[in-house]
Ligand binder design. Structure first.
Ligand code: PMV
Length: 393
């Protein structure tokens, strides 16, 4: 019996991927860049066991059995990895063994984070680890599961190169810098209370590619410039430039959504209040100290340096007061020392009344992290006979 257990985290794009040039192979119309989050606060965990006595491939997702072979994306990932294993492995007997796969996410679906990115990155990394292929090029395989998953194969700051070839072989992710290059880079996820169902990314991207007149302009003129500038900002640890491009990119992505016909609206009133608040905060600071970014949902992700977190959250609490959740429930993840603002701080901020009450369900405080990791077998989600430890009744 051979087994491997790994975890991987979601990533938050600062140059957005939106639009595919090939839907089957999941090839994007433009390059994108993201920070991979730390697995300490949010992660997907996968255990895979291969054994000659197993009679069929089986998979459990968050405690419920699912059918692997109905899912083309999962099937593609398994087949591609097995193809590489066929070429690389001296002893190929393991490839004949059936697999038991068990996967769990430890982050709330309401966080609106691309759980599929962490999930597919983790799945591909775990199967590669089981076959001893963890040092091979895996990003192109994770991409077949979910586009943005390819960026979660590495930690730190990662660029997904769109590539030009029709077969997608040059559409891979590369690391710009590991998390240790800029360890002060923290992230706050402001989980807004609104839970309306949004148009999924596959449908949204298809419509945008077919109908948005601005999308081609963005791809040809804006993204190349943003990629070059933000890469330089990351390498120089230049937060104001990093933050400005992050916010401009988010705004442009939502402009493309609005330019789609019929339009797609992902941000809501709360999201716009957050954006307004952050611009005000930066104006008061005299430079960009915090940067919002919104994906295909209303939640805000805020990039900021560790030294700014306590002050930022203190101001955020003053303008978005919460009297529903207790403090422990409200700010999750890395602890934050929150202070109450005094009258003169409130006066000098220029916004006197709170912008919205109970706008967020909770806040997750995390940072950019090191990427997927193998865990000890004692942390496996599968028992020694290959059955899931946690099953939903
Ligand atoms: O990989 P998908 O299909 O979940 O698309 C992700 C799209 C955005 O999150 C909006 C942007 C991005 O680059 O992550």
């Amino acid at each position: 019996m051979l087994t491997a257990t790994c975890k991987a985290a979601p990533n938050i794009a600062v140059v957005k991927y939106w639009g595919k040039r090939d839907e089957q192979l999941i090839l994007p119309v433009n390059d994108s860049i993201s920070g991979t989050l730390s697995t300490d606060e949010l992660s997907a965990k996968t255990s895979i066991t291969a054994d000659p006595t197993f009679t069929e491939d089986k998979m459990w997702l968050n405690g419920t059995e699912v059918t692997i072979w109905d899912n083309d994306r999962l099937k593609n990932c398994i087949e591609y990895l097995k193809k590489i294993a066929q070429e690389k492995l001296a002893d190929k007997s393991i490839l004949n063994y059936k697999l038991h796969i068990c996967s769990e996410n430890d982050f709330p679906t309401a966080a609106g984070l691309a759980s599929s990115a962490a999930g597919y990155a983790c799945f591909v990394y775990t199967l590669a680890t089981l076959y001893g292929l963890e040092n091979e090029e895996l990003t192109g395989i994770a991409r077949l599961g979910s586009g943005s998953a390819c960026r979660s194969i590495y930690g730190g700051f990662v660029q997904w190169k769109s590539g030009e070839l029709a077969d997608g072989s040059d559409s891979i992710a590369v690391q710009i810098a590991p998390a240790s290059h800029w360890p002060e880079m923290h992230v706050l996820i402001l989980v807004v209370s609104d839970e309306r169902k949004k148009v999924g990314s596959t449908v949204g991207m298809r419509l945008a590619t077919e109908t948005s007149e601005l999308l081609n302009y963005r791809r040809n003129h804006c993204v190349p410039k943003h990629v070059e500038e933000i890469t330089r900002a990351i390498l120089n640890r230049d937060f104001p430039t990093f933050g400005e491009i992050t916010m401009r990119e988010s705004n442009q992505f939502h402009a493309i959504c609005l330019d789609t016909y019929p339009p797609m609206i992902y941000m809501n009133d709360q999201s716009h209040c957050v954006s307004h608040f952050i611009h005000k905060y930066n104006e008061k600071a005299g430079e960009v100290k915090a940067a919002y970014t919104f994906d295909a949902g209303a939640n805000a992700c805020v990039y900021l340096l560790e030294s700014e977190v306590a002050k930022f959250v203190s101001y955020l609490n003053a303008y978005f007061p919460n009297n529903i959740a207790t403090n422990d429930e409200y700010i999750r993840g890395i602890p934050v020392q929150v202070n109450s603002l005094n009258e003169s701080e409130i006066q000098s901020f220029g916004v006197v009344a709170p912008l919205a009450k109970n706008a967020f369900k909770y806040i997750i405080h995390t940072k950019v992290g090191e990427g997927p990791q193998r865990l000890d077998d004692s942390e496996s989600l599968l028992t020694s006979d290959g059955n899931p430890k946690n099953l939903k009744s």
